[in-house]
Design a protein around this ligand. Structure first.
Ligand SMILES: [Zn+2]
Length: 357
């Protein structure tokens, strides 16, 4: 009788302890019908189903699911498939991180826009000629780009606690390295996002203040999808003109690895990086009013002042049709190198300087 009571008591004690004992062990992660066990890596494709004349496509993903609880970091490369720094960084990162060393989960979208990557088309998905970074949250019933956006919104962003959207200067674009950090009343945890942004060691930091729902919704980018999902979000930009430099891939990789430390997901030593030297409270774009041949001026002088000539556009008869001037004092963060120009396109994006934030 005594023995039986003891067994019962032990059994009860074990049951009482069970929740605490297992609290640190995460469940398997399910994403796009793939189940990833704790402490393991999974490489798979999210299928983008065929629709109408559009063939089936896919989104290559690697998930590292740690064997201890922690945040879910979504790291997305290749929203623009001709921006290679981030694609090359994400290609190497999963091999450096042992999931058994990880607290939490990393979802690497290795190349979001496979049609753009494989057909080498800057800016656009060649299937429907839409810009994935203006197509969120997407739709399962839409065209190719909208279906990709829908799957990334539902399968990746909706599962994440932090979003990194990794880009470069595309073909025909100059770009100063910067990290954009989402702030303002509609963004989440600006301070954490800023700390992660600093871990990249880029010279320029831009704060995008989300003050209105219209800002979040209009031609919504992937990073604004992160804002809409209520998670801290950064936009990482390094490389230009379709470059593919080893140094750039490594700097992006270093920033992601440092982020794992900042987010408490990985206890490897962080890499020291230089502090930011310029801060911007937002940015403004100057747009082309005509299609034609664009001649930029003085691209190496990155500070511009109100009224400075930025470039000229000539039409296809050689007649000058537009002179573009800076509308503000600021800093040329990125823009077109020319010569091709299309009416309505942003020609240059000028950061509006501010004190450190
Ligand atoms: Zn991009």
């Amino acid at each position: 009788m005594l023995k039986s009571f003891s067994s019962l008591a032990l059994c009860c004690i074990a049951l009482m302890l069970a929740p605490a004992a297992f609290a640190q062990e995460p469940n398997a992660l399910t994403i796009a019908d793939q189940s990833v066990a704790p402490g393991t890596r999974a490489d798979f494709r999210i299928t983008v189903p065929a629709r109408g004349d559009e063939l089936e496509s896919f989104i290559p993903v690697t998930v590292l699911h740690g064997d201890e609880e922690g945040p879910v970091l979504a790291t997305v490369a290749g929203v623009h498939g001709f921006e290679f720094s981030s694609i090359l960084a994400v290609d190497r990162l999963p091999d450096r991180i042992d999931p058994t060393d990880l607290s939490g989960t990393i979802i690497f979208v290795r190349i979001a826009n496979i049609p753009s990557f494989e057909y080498r088309t800057p800016h656009l998905n060649p299937v429907d000629r839409k810009n994935l970074n203006r197509s969120f949250p997407g739709s399962p019933d839409g065209t190719s780009t909208e279906r990709i956006a829908d799957l990334i919104s539902r399968e990746v962003v909706a599962r994440a606690d932090f979003l990194m959207d990794l880009h470069s200067g595309d073909a025909g674009e100059f770009l100063e390295p910067f990290v954009g950090v989402y702030g303002g009343p509609l963004a989440t945890d600006f301070d954490l996002a800023l700390e992660v942004a600093r871990g990249f060691g880029f010279p320029n930091l831009v704060q995008y203040k989300m003050n209105t729902q219209e800002q979040v919704d209009t031609r919504r980018s992937l990073n604004r999808q992160g804002v809409a999902a209520g998670i801290p979000t950064i936009l990482v930009e390094l490389g230009e003109n379709g470059s593919r430099l080893e140094e750039h891939a490594e700097r992006v990789a270093t920033g992601v690895q440092n982020a794992l430390g900042i987010l408490g997901m990985w206890d490897k030593p962080r890499t020291n990086v230089p502090p930011a030297v310029r801060y911007f409270e937002s940015s403004t774009a100057v747009r082309a009013e005509h299609s034609g041949i664009y001649y930029p001026v003085d691209l190496d002088r990155r500070y511009v002042f109100e009224g400075d000539l930025i470039g000229t556009i000539r039409d296809y008869t050689g007649k000058e049709v537009q002179r573009l001037y800076s509308p503000i004092d600021g800093y040329a963060l990125y823009g077109k190198r020319g010569p091709s120009m299309r009416e309505g396109d942003p020609v240059i994006t000028i950061g509006i300087p501010t004190e450190a934030f």
